[in-house]
Ligand binder design. Sequence first.
Ligand SMILES: Nc1ncnc2c1ncn2[C@@H]1O[C@H](COP(=O)(O)OP(=O)(O)OP(=O)(O)O)[C@@H](O)[C@H]1O
Length: 258
Amino acid sequence: MSAPLLRVEGLTRRFGGLVAVNKVSFEVQAGEVFTLIGPNGAGKTTVFNLISRLFEPSGGRITLNGQDLLARPAHAVAELGLARTFQNIELFEQASVLQNLLIGRHVHQRRSLWRETLFLPSVREQEREVRRKVEEVIDFLRLQHYRDNRVAGLPYGVRKVVELARALCSEPRLLLLDEPSSGLNVDETRDLAYWIQDIRSVLGITVLMVEHDMSLVSQVSDRVLAMAQGECLALGPPAEVQADARVIEAYLGTGATA
Ligand SMILES: Nc1ncnc2c1ncn2[C@@H]1O[C@H](COP(=O)(O)OP(=O)(O)OP(=O)(O)O)[C@@H](O)[C@H]1O
């Protein structure tokens, strides 16, 4: 097997006396859809926040494409090819869809103040490239109709797609989706499943997801890692993990279903 795109080793995060993530290890292969599941408070979002460098770990290692992610400041992870969406949508609400996507794309660009002030040909070429990529993503996610709308006025389901689009504009190698189906209705969740499958098969982007909707998880995931109380419980194909006795017990303990 080739080297994994993402390797997480012994990842630990404490909040005071609480060990939210306890020596978690897993690998994500390039081209996979890999999903973290587990009852509320299992530590899934904390793992996401550690990988996207929003939190400092208390211990462990994370490498992306062989590079030490923890050696980079949070603002530099996009350059390594990582993009994410959030459980609660994080967009510039008063800006248009297009403006949000342009911002998403600009994190990808190398900036030079003097070049930009002089608006040199290389800067103009870069601007055209930014526009081209953003329009490509708008077409891919069928957002043409909303291009010039202010984000604040859009239905929740559309705003979720805009957030996904914003992440895609940075052309990530690894896309982190934090509960992408939360707040979506049945039709929107079905569309989301198609987007995720296309993001992997058409765009070739590896997906790491946290998700509670087990039918979506089963439909799109190659492998699933179940967590509970900060620890790994089971890892494997979705059906196998859902049938695992330890996983069922962890969910029963919370009244939720796997
Ligand atoms: N910033 C924080 N400060 C203190 N405790 C935190 C913080 N973030 C998370 N925790 C705690 O860490 C534990 C794991 O939380 P986390 O949000 O990672 O779980 P989760 O599996 O994503 O849950 P959910 O499915 O409900 O989103 C919980 O007990 C939570 O209260």
